[in-house]
Design a protein around this ligand. Sequence first.
Ligand SMILES: *Cc1c(COP(=O)(O)O)cnc(C)c1O
Length: 359
Amino acid sequence: MRVHNFSAGPAVLPEPVLAQAQAEMLDWEGAGMSVMEMSHRGREFGQIIAEAEADLRTLLDIPAGYRVLFLQGGASLQFSAIPLNLMRRGGAPDYVVTGEWSAKALGEAQRYGPVNVAASTAGGAHDHVPPLARWRLDPAAAYLHYCSNETVHGVEFHWIPETGAVPLVADMSSHLLSGPLDVSRFGLIYAGAQKNIGPAGLVIVIVRDDLLGGASPLCPGLLDYRLNAAAGSMPNTPATYSIYIAGLVFKWLLAGGGLAAIDQLNDEKARLLYSFIDESTLYTNPVARADRSRMNVPFMLRRAGLDEAFLAGAGERGLVQLRGHRSLGGMRASIYNAMPIEGVRALIDYMRDFQTLHA
Ligand SMILES: *Cc1c(COP(=O)(O)O)cnc(C)c1O
């Protein structure tokens, strides 16, 4: 019996993808072996990674002049790779802090040199996106880094910052592929796979050609974008099985109508859940309405002492991994692409019943 899994990550994957992986586990397309057992230099895996890249390019309409890299170390290793590759291109980079993940990216960048905090909600509750007009931008900055969807705090940018000639670098780990995106606005986009794309460990980097080269001499070769691009993401053995699963997820998205279709569905799922929370007497969401995440929905119970009962009751109905992040408490429902709308409806039904029970 499959549950409705609201985990923030590793997170729910599309059931057809898991079923196909199961069907192909022992013998991938007549190869007589699992994808896990294949040489990454062989023809079969070459086809798998090439198709994954082509399908991702189709989904996101990635312009020519951008490289797609399938790397390892999760999104967190990119917190180091970005300054090591890009810091020397200009003045101190600008960082915008709107939650847990952008704060971590900032902390890592500070190991490598001076950094300008262009805007931050760290003094408060990380419950909104500060307006661009108040950012202290440096036109000579090497790049600007921000996190376009804060997974812990449930804060999402529904707009793209305009930074002129300064390359825009975005951590999109928890909402890449949740809807269409104008990739041409960015210098570099990265996303850990385990939220909306595939298994943990894999990170996808989409980087503009002109940002390759110029890495610090201290940058490990495995983190150097130019070397990774030149080696087709294979300076060493890549995360082959994770790339295969991500490729199946891309095909699942394409078959469902691409990002325009999933965008509509994500809108509807988020609208259902937020409107129920806003109209309820028991639940609250702390985030400014214009900046609420469509993927990660933190919510609190207004009455103290009910959290454990809420979670236990949810578990009995097959609604799992709803406990909020340890830094915030309360609850969090992550409703990524692979969460069916029936899962959101089942959660709302449960929340309504629980509220009635505790009115
Ligand atoms: C999960 C997450 C990360 C960290 O991913 P790892 O794969 O654990 O390194 C970074 N940024 C965001 C926005 C995330 O959601």
